[in-house]
Design a protein around this ligand. Structure first.
Ligand code: GDP
Ligand code: MG
Length: 204
């Protein structure tokens, strides 16, 4: 299923979270996806409900376990004691904090399309925790938050942006946030340079 479509048609879901909108980062973030050659296929600004946020994060039934385990590991790597050894207990708290964070202001949901869109966007976005995400990535360049600080204050880590983690996740998330008719199929002039096999017709 993953390999049926040509990689240049791959789509991914991006959400500029309420902190990204408040920090006037919509332009800075979309610029990074545009300049690498991706195509904006859908965009909308909205205030989400808690139900929409919970559904978004639990579309993947494994998310609770995986996120909990990732968090426990990240504590241990730093030589710190995790707040619990039970991944589900940890994710329950994260989910509660996420609902509290993601509905507090408008967010911008977008669909980006292009070659390896999921992996390319994740590369530009950077790792989940801003403290350790690479310099040059969106999270690494523009946020200074950490799990430690977020947990001490009992809130979600503020990392500006969400991006789908896999093509399967992208498909589910795009269906969750957009109706099919809200996604625009069109050609971008620069796609010829990015994808045409022969590049005929450039020279006069
Ligand atoms: P992402 O795909 O990189 O956004 O990360 P995940 O899907 O694992 O987690 C979703 C969101 O939950 C992240 O973007 C964070 O806002 C939040 N989150 C994830 N793990 C943790 C954690 O260990 N502690 C805290 N405070 N927030 C977390
Ligand atoms: Mg994720």
């Amino acid at each position: 299923m993953e390999n049926k479509i040509h990689p240049k048609k791959e789509r991914t879901l991006v959400i500029i979270k309420p902190d990204g909108v408040q920090r006037s980062m919509i332009g800075e973030i979309t610029k990074r996806f545009e300049r690498i050659g991706l195509k904006l296929a859908a965009v909308k600004m909205m205030v989400a409900t808690e139900e929409q946020i919970e559904k978004h994060y639990t579309l993947d039934p494994e998310w609770r376990r995986i996120t909990g385990e990732k968090t426990i590991e990240s504590y241990k790597k730093k030589g710190l004691k995790p707040p619990s050894e039970d991944p589900f207990e940890i994710t329950e708290a994260i989910l509660k904090n996420l609902k509290n964070y993601m509905v507090k202001g408008p967010l911008v949901a977008m669909v980006w399309e292009g070659a390896h869109a999921v992996k390319i966007v994740r590369k530009l976005v950077g790792g989940t925790e801003p403290l350790s995400s690479d310099v040059g990535t969106i999270r690494g360049d523009f946020v200074l938050d950490s799990y430690q600080m977020a947990d001490a204050d009992g809130r979600a880590v503020r990392n500006l942006i969400h991006a789908s983690g896999s093509t399967g996740e992208a498909e589910n998330e795009i269906n969750h946030w957009f109706k099919p008719e809200e996604i625009v199929n069109y050609k971008l002039a620069q796609e010829r340079i990015l994808y045409d096999v022969n590049l005929d017709g450039l020279l006069e």
